[in-house]
Design a protein around this ligand. Structure first.
Ligand code: PLP
Length: 360
């Protein structure tokens, strides 16, 4: 099958609301961090049911600030999964702490709570819990470990685990508003908490001036009102954007019924909002070559696919003992799923998926 149009793996969902909001900021004469950033912080905190939030310039810096406000530094250990982007690991390095990597649950791609428990030592100060692809991690089991959780909600908002919303359970929650995320602002991030002491500490780290004392770690991490205007418009549309994602995932599941593809697992008690629709090829464990070939065939059918995690951390670091992350590296691929897909594009994706996974 040949096709002339390539459907991109991700694309932001921007409409007149965002355009109007940015135009208003441009016309206001105030572009830097100001009243719109404050409104965005209050809006995000209200959405997550938390007391407050502090907007920063990226999710990566939000993670670093979260570690700093917990007083984490040299001599401390932070647990995180191997199967995630490099940003959380790099944040741990920058504060001078030691990262302890653990494997993921084999079916869900989320951090394995039993392995996290086994990695706890007297030096453990926090667990970074990314909720990957739109599915919550096992928050109930993780919350029982008695270690502060930093929920990384860069990929998941609006999903629940045992009735609790992601982002509402941890000591701190971080978000990313990068261009390809659920709720985008171009770039940006936020640190949120129910503990005003913690988010006031975060606020003091965000600017070089403005605190009564000189803080060596403080730096310019500010978001602009232009970005916050986009973020606020997206937040307003978020329920509708998430609903569209869930309905697209339902269509993909129907298209894949009866094929050899393994569709996303959703354990009992968790809901999925499909930031990514990650399929596992049925030739499980057949290796990187087969996955590359599969991605190539889908791309020739006009459907751009990606490995959902660029490279597991244990592979960069040459560590053994991460079989579930290793399997995901070899058989998981992410298909385009986002609210701005046109009906014809959805039909093209469904047909390409059926063709690919019917072949065995
Ligand atoms: C995108 C992402 C980040 C980093 O956010 P940026 O805004 O790109 O710095 C961190 N963690 C996860 C899970 C992400 O998906």
């Amino acid at each position: 099958m040949t096709s002339t149009t390539m459907i991109p793996h991700s694309r932001p969902s921007i409409d007149q609301q965002e355009i109007r909001a940015v135009t208003e900021v441009l016309q206001s004469g105030h572009l830097a961090q100001g009243a719109v950033v404050e409104r965005f912080e209050r809006g995000m905190a209200a959405y997550l049911g938390l007391a407050g939030g502090v907007a920063v310039n990226s999710g990566t810096m939000a993670l670093e600030v979260a570690l700093r406000v917990l007083g984490i530094g040299p001599g401390d250990e932070v647990i995180l999964p191997s199967y995630v982007c490099a940003a959380p690991w790099q944040a741990v390095q920058r504060v001078g702490a030691q990262a302890r990597l653990v494997d993921i649950e084999p079916e869900t791609f989320q951090i394995d709570a039993d392995l996290a428990r086994a990695a706890i030592t007297s030096k453990t100060r926090a667990i970074i819990v990314p909720h990957l692809f739109g599915l919550p991690a096992d928050l109930t089991a993780l919350a029982r470990l008695g270690v502060p959780l930093i929920e990384d909600c860069a990929q998941t908002l609006g999903a629940t685990e045992q009735g609790r919303a992601v982002g509402s359970v941890g000591t701190l929650t971080v978000c990313s508003f990068y261009a390809n995320k659920l709720l985008c602002a171009g770039e940006g991030g936020m640190v949120l908490s129910n503990d005003s002491v913690l988010f006031e500490r975060a606020r003091a780290l965000r600017e070089y001036d403005g605190a009564p004392s000189l803080i060596p770690q403080a730096t310019n991490l500010k978001m602009t009102d232009l970005q916050a205007a986009v973020g606020l418009a997206q937040l307003d549309r978020l329920p509708e954007l998430l609903e569209r994602r869930v309905s697209l995932a339902r269509e993909y599941r129907v298209a894949l019924a009866g094929t050899s593809a393994i569709v996303p697992a959703v354990p009992a008690g968790r809901s999925h909002i499909y930031y990514r629709f990650v399929v596992r090829t049925s030739k499980r464990g057949s290796g990187a070559d087969e996955l590359r070939a599969c991605i190539g065939r889908l791309e020739r059918a006009g459907v751009q696919c990606r490995k959902p995690v660029f490279r597991s951390l244990h592979r960069y670091l040459d560590l053994d003992g991460f079989p579930a992350s290793e399997a995901a590296e070899h058989d998981a691929l992410s298909l385009p799923l986002y609210p701005s897909l046109a009906d014809e594009e959805v039909a093209q994706i469904c047909m390409a998926m059926r063709d690919e996974w019917r072949r065995e």
